[in-house]
Write a protein that binds this ligand. Structure first.
Ligand code: THU
Length: 143
C-alpha cells in the first residue's frame, strides 16, 4: 500500500474531526470537541465529547475516537487531529494522553482552534516516562 502524503492525511483527519465536533454533546461545559485518528494504514475513526449529568461519566472526543478505531481493528496510530473553538489550540487531557500512549507512544497530535490556528506535538513530548504495559510487574500467568 502506498503511504499517503502527510498533508492529505491531516486534511482528511481535520474534515472528520470537524464532522465529529458538530455532533459533540456538551450541554454542561459548552466546550465542543471533535477528534479523528488515523491508523498506520490510513484508516480514520472519529469521536466527539459526550457529557453526562453525572459529570465524571462524560467522555472526551479523543478517547471516543480511540475506542471507535479499536472497535474497527485499528490499534497502531500515525496521527490525531482535534478540533475545538478555543482561541489557543488545546492539548489533549491527561486521561486521553494515557489512553493514546497504550497504542501509539509516538503519535503526532495536531490541535486546531478557532480561525484554523494549529499546534503540533508528539505524544512523547506531552507524556514522557509514561506508565506502560512493561511498567507492570510480570505475573507467572503472562505469556
Ligand atoms: N474535552 C475533550 O473532549 N477533549 C479534550 O482534549 C479536553 C476536554 C471535553 C471534556 C468535557 O466534555 C469538555 O471538553 C470540557 O472539559
Amino acid at each position: 500500500m502506498t503511504a499517503m502524503p502527510t498533508d492529505d492525511l491531516e486534511a482528511r483527519l481535520l474534515a472528520a474531526a470537524r464532522d465529529a465536533q458538530a455532533r459533540a454533546y456538551a450541554p454542561y461545559s459548552g466546550f465542543r470537541v471533535g477528534a479523528a485518528i488515523a491508523g498506520l494504514d490510513g484508516r480514520v475513526a472519529s469521536g466527539c465529547n459526550v457529557e453526562n449529568a453525572a459529570y465524571p461519566s462524560s467522555l472526551c472526543a479523543e478517547r471516543g475516537a480511540v475506542m471507535a478505531a479499536v472497535r474497527e481493528g485499528t490499534t497502531t496510530f500515525a496521527m490525531l487531529v482535534l478540533v475545538t473553538d478555543a482561541v489557543e489550540p488545546t492539548p489533549p487531557c491527561g486521561g486521553c494522553r494515557q489512553v493514546l500512549v497504550e497504542f501509539a507512544p509516538g503519535v503526532e497530535i495536531i490541535s486546531v482552534g478557532a480561525g484554523d490556528v494549529r499546534r503540533r506535538w508528539r505524544l512523547t513530548e506531552l507524556l514522557p516516562d509514561a506508565f506502560l504495559r512493561r511498567s507492570l510487574p510480570s505475573r507467572s500467568s503472562d505469556p
